[in-house]
Design a protein around this ligand. Sequence first.
Ligand SMILES: Nc1ncnc2c1ncn2[C@@H]1O[C@H](COP(=O)(O)OP(=O)(O)OP(=O)(O)O)[C@@H](O)[C@H]1O
Length: 267
Amino acid sequence: MTNLIDIKGVTHAYRTPNGPLPVLDNLEIGVPEGEFAAVVGPSGCGKSTLTRLVAGLMKPDAGEVWLHGELVKSPRKTVGMAFQNPVLLEWRSILDNVILPLEIVSPSMPRAKRRERAEELLELVGLTGFEDKRPSELSGGMRQRASLCRAIVHKPDVLIMDEPFGALDAFTREDLWQTMHELRAKEPFTAVLITHDLRESVYLGDQVIVLSGRPATTQYIMDVKYPGEGLRKLDGLYTPEAAEMLSILREQIRIAQGRQPGEEGAH
Ligand SMILES: Nc1ncnc2c1ncn2[C@@H]1O[C@H](COP(=O)(O)OP(=O)(O)OP(=O)(O)O)[C@@H](O)[C@H]1O
């Protein structure tokens, strides 16, 4: 299978007043079309840097990032992004926030069509009836739902999410995990999710990529064999199969953090 995202031998260091700070070291990641890759690793290892490289917001010192068979050299319109803070524009309604990327990427699309597309997505995430509200009138979870709609409204090649559920309470987060699966079932997309939550990585990921401590290398890749058939269910996280996967990942994080087996501190 060909990969939609190919990160080949990517190495990068930031220039700082104290000299170069190596963050990525010969990173190798491949994400096939339609797959969901969850990336975990110790704090500060370079996960957000990786998302900037895939989005074309910066260029690596060495190595290549390929997206849909094209070398990424500049910012890409075909990438959707969602962050921990949804950054919705308060002076626009929820509907107009979701429409925004279409105004930029598809300026010739008639207003009625844009509206239709945004309404369809808002319905998928359970926000019908909130189209005309301002962001501050919604809860954090609802804002994040709207932000996910905005990230995929223009049907990007890839959705990049940097801890999008990190600031939400546990129940809202689990609701949004389910929404992600429902969205994917109706609107298949390729995704890279940065997360600190190993359960989230197993529930959402087709593969979980563990990065080593900084400078990050690809330390371990898990192909997730999620228990059960069809749309993933949260109950699957409480099975022995999931416990086994989480145990392996926890151990890998310990190694990435430079800790001894069994030592506390992993997620
Ligand atoms: N523009 C920059 N200039 C200099 N150093 C930077 C820059 N951006 C990030 N860094 C440093 O590079 C390292 C990796 O940062 P990055 O944000 O990619 O890590 P991360 O794994 O996403 O972190 P976290 O898990 O804490 O969110 C950190 O030490 C950070 O301080």
